[in-house]
Design a protein. Sequence first.
Length: 596
Amino acid sequence: IPQEKIRNFSIIAHIDHGKSTLADRLLEITGAVSEREMREQYLDRLDLERERGITIKAQAVRLYYERKKGEVYQLNLIDTPGHVDFSYEVSRALSACEGALLVVDASQGVEAQTLANVYLALENNLEIIPVINKIDLPQADVEKTKREIEEIIGLPAEDALLVSAKQGIGIKEVLEAIVEKIPPPKGERDAPLRALVFDSWYDSYLGVVVLVRIVEGKLYPGQKIRFLSTGKTFEVTKVGVFAPEATTLDALYAGEVGFIAASIKEVRDAKIGDTITEASAQVEALPGFKEIKPVVFAGIFPVDSDDFPELKEAIEKLWLNDPAFSYEVETSAALGFGFRCGFQGLLHMEIVQERLEREFKLNLISTAPSVKYRVRLRNGKELEIENPAEWPDPGTIEEVLEPYIQAEIYTPKEYLGALINLCEEKRGIQKEIKYLTPERIVLIYELPFSEVVMDFYDKLKSLSRGYASLDYQFIGYRPSDLVKMDILINKQPVDALSLIVHREKAYYRGRDLVSKLKEVIPRQLFEVIIQAAIGSKIIARERIAPLRKDVLAKCYGGDVTRKKKLLEKQKEGKKRLKSIGQVEIPQEAFLAVLKI
Ligand code: GDP
Ligand code: MG
């Protein structure tokens, strides 16, 4: 297919506005997936994505659209995640495209991530096509959504496409708009090869699989290639596309998107953002991607300490597929060997842990997340601390600084009061309240990031019945009165349970946390005392009474199925228990701090 008949595009939107469903309809109407094979959110391939109903990984598929008899277009579609924690995925996907379908839910209107994703698309100079989705819903308000697209985003909306991805309305018009409005890719097919690596993962048969956008030249099996950042060379064994299943091809040409395999064994040899060239050629590297810094940190440990080598290998492989997290070895007195990992947010943290457990069959425990603090010492040194266990002796501390963000909260006006209260409770500083339209407001607050990491997002959603949305940027470090709180179990401090809290909130945080721990730590054969302490001062205490012998005795004898059930339940419960001293502590204990 000639280059002028190729279109590379992404689907971008706020979470749940219908990107993946629209992708389904495009797969269907172009015949890439038959009606029999079709299942909802077809491109969400990870089990985790299907269960949670969210997209985590961007997916590239090739479709062929026969516009008229004999006039066939090649469409390379990249479906992207909507959640703020995965915007690095989105920005990489967009670098492989010339255009984007901007999906806006007609019953919700423009939300925080709608806008954030538009900015990413504009940074990449993409042609943006507004698509108003869910017009089948009785609450759909097309006129209001158009006004919001014009007033909030600043894109003309009179030609916005009106679509119901669910019912398959307006899909043909979407295809026409892609062909009409999105420019074909540029790039010489005869020039020396330059290809951008925008995703890669480990496949047990093929080794490392690399997703590329061919910027110039061509890629074909048998070709000798070089990765510019490492200088390592490989011979290409396979090239192909997902259509939507993996299909091998003779070659990939300038302007196209596809995958290659080249017997790459080392995960680090196919770095996302790298440029692939012919082994012998001297060409300049492509711009690649901005380094991305994690903002939330937590320890990840194997429940069974013998699994540390497996965890190490798994983390290295997963990192290849998701360079937005970081890791380094950590040792904890309580939990043994593990990794201190950095994430883009809490959802990202949960997803990384779950992927490690499922894709690599590991049983893990993670500690409470923390942001990165800066501590100025009396002796003039400055420390960066992302692990409360490393907090210096309070006597040596001159000043503590914590990261602040500027949050933009988009909300219908009826929730304004509740959201202002929430921000104030989280130590927020109000900057601005703007009316975007007569019904919609953006609230701008400066907030300590540590407060946002906790339960801010959940509270925002529940206070606004799901209607408010959030976007934020880091604005720097500010002095703050923070102290380290230790948790002692039977007088032993448990390093993995320490946390950094604001002094004014320490007392009730400590009380809440120990009572929460009392709930989640199972009764043992002996008494367990849980205490919260700041320095040597105990600020809260709870006691778990020992199990009485006759409680255990009850498990024996009696109904067999009940006994079996009980045993299974115990096995289940065992999965994520870690023995600290003699006390068995479940995963929930480490995350209890999030729930207070
Ligand atoms: P994504 O997060 O943007 O990928 O959104 P999904 O495609 O996963 O869709 C989110 C939810 O909205 C799912 O329950 C879909 O069934 C539903 N949905 C998507 N498009 C439509 C539509 O046109 N009409 C209606 N009523 N629901 C839709
Ligand atoms: Mg999706």
